[in-house]
Design a protein around this ligand. Structure first.
Ligand code: GRF
Length: 193
């Protein structure tokens, strides 16, 4: 049986797309059953709808607190019988209770070689620091931001004269490869906390 996966997005959803495409393969151990966005016009929503995947918008602004917003997401995830949650450019901090509930079953992709460059603007910070390498990490989500056990990483060179855009495109190409691979490992029970 394929594991039921929900993807949480806030924007263009290119990693979401990579997961949806990968999950089409017969032998892929997971199927995408829900795409949930906290932003009503997130670009990724259209793609998901066109692929016949159920989408839901839950606007964080309409909730009085983070906990209550997270609880609404939890209700939607349970209604879809989601077993694994993939954060893919989901730009909200999650409350400890939600994180604890999905511990070991929620993964995230971050555009740096964690533990280096947690948080935002990873590429410009890496370029400014004169790093020779950059990359991306898929990891289990724990209470700390961009923390938690690593599942897979990919490394790319930082080239002379790199701009933030050039480096981010080089890293993104790798993100689209390792996120489906990491989801496969989690769905097969080969990667665990
Ligand atoms: C990616 O760089 C991802 O690593 C980070 O946010 C960005 C989302 O891009 N967490 P997309 O929405 O998947 O295209």
């Amino acid at each position: 049986m394929k594991k039921r996966v929900a993807i949480l997005i806030s924007g263009r959803g290119s990693n979401m797309r990579a997961l949806i495409e990968a999950a089409k393969a017969k032998d892929f151990p997971a199927g995408i059953v829900l795409v949930l966005s906290n932003v009503p016009n997130a670009g990724g929503l259209d793609f998901a709808r066109r692929h016949g995947i159920e989408t839901e918008v839950i606007e964080h602004k309409k909730f009085p607190s983070r906990e209550i917003f997270d609880n609404a997401m939890d209700v939607a995830l349970n209604r879809a019988n989601a077993e694994i949650v993939c954060l893919a450019g989901f730009m909200r901090l999650l409350s400890p209770r939600f994180v604890e509930k999905w511990r070991g079953r929620m993964i995230n992709i971050h555009p740096s070689l964690l533990p280096a460059y947690k948080g935002l603007h990873t590429h410009s910070r890496a370029i400014e620091a004169g790093e020779k390498f950059a990359g991306c990490t898929v990891h289990f989500v724990t209470a700390e931001l961009d923390d938690g056990p690593t599942i897979l990483q990919a490394k790319v060179p930082v080239l002379p004269g790199d701009t933030e855009d050039a480096l981010s495109a080089r890293v993104l190409e790798q993100e689209h490869k390792i996120y489906p691979q990491a989801l496969r490992l989690v769905a097969e029970g080969k990667a665990k906390i």
